[in-house]
Design a protein around this ligand. Sequence first.
Ligand code: SF4
Length: 448
Amino acid sequence: MTTNRTGRIGFVSLGCPKALVDSERILTQLRAEGYETVAEYEGADLVVVNTCGFIDEAVDESLAAIGEAMDRNGRVVVTGCLGARPTTVTDAHPRVLSVTGPHNYEAVMSAIHQHLPPPHDPFLDLLPPQGVKLTPRHYAYLKISEGCNNRCTFCIIPGLRGRLASRPIGDVMREAERLVAAGVRELLVISQDTSAYGSDLRYREDEWHGRRMETRFQALCEALGELGAWVRLHYVYPYPHVDKVIPLMAEGKVLPYLDIPFQHANARILRLMRRPAHAQDTLARISSWRHTCPELTLRSTFIVGFPGETDAEFEELLDWLAEAQLDRVGCFKYSPVEGAAANALDDPVDEDVKEDRWQRFMQVAARISEERLAEKIGRRMTVLVDEIDRDSGAAMARGPGDAPEIDGRVIVEGGHGLGQGMFAEVEITGADTYDLLAVPAGPDSNPL
Ligand code: SF4
């Protein structure tokens, strides 16, 4: 593995405030996907030029900016208002990599992915590999901090990305507000360690709309909950203060959804992994969270076959999972990452044992998922439509318990009139292992 694994992107933004919002949206997504933005053309792997084409002078300025980026870098993706007249761009600069029009943020991201794909590593990346292919305008990732202060032994992120560096809360809130104003209906809060947010700043106060607020996990959840969008929390560790956001979920301020990478349940393995909050009694915590917020969906990831994991320790993990009744679960077979401290641990687990444990783990997880989804049949639910299936006409939607790309879907049959980015009330009519079936329950859908 190389340490220089992120793509480096130069960005030139021209034009009016609307173009600026587009630029911010693209930059937000780039940052969430792990790209690095650089100030120099020469150090960039690719340059994005967001153009203006409003008047002749702006066209000239845009063409000059593209020319400069071509001369000094040579790999240029053009977007923005001038992109609505692609031949004006390609006549002047035939070797640009791609030209897309204004407010077509998905097309720019797709061009960037095509020419500078972000590598994916399940142990390093915050987003799923598919997540970078399809990021429709109705949801957006909101990255609240970089780096991590933990030292999990299987992970090299602190070495690669440095110590925790939280963004001041006013900064995060202004970005979230802009995203919602631009049509985003769901904010996916991400970082390496979301519940540690602000600890590096000693929870310093910052301002948002004249309000003084601490840069702190709970304050951020409260403020995001005022924006009128769905707020979904990822990568939360079970520190005691997490208990304080569960009532916000019960009140409907943030989605009743927690993505907590538990990784294991056995105390010795968690210690060997040096996991944060490993001493917490997680079963008791889960039970109390569900008591406060019965609708809570819990997602987690696990590692099986960690060095030294015995049969008994694996069985303990299976029993724990059966008792915890986690709704959504992913599992990796342990594999060494170059530079990780866990590589020095004794007793590697045989590959066929890892495979067998993974199969058994996933069987238990699938059974739990099936049973928990079946309990939802007959209930009403608000869903957000991701897309319409052209062949069947069904709406592919998600409920509060489904994060995009990684969780299941709610398939709404007969959802004529529904479209991407609409909320809809549905009644759940069926379930399989990971997905729900539904029909529209009322007329109160609203367009993006
Ligand atoms: S919490 Fe652990 S696994 Fe997550 S980034 Fe930090 S060191 Fe890596």
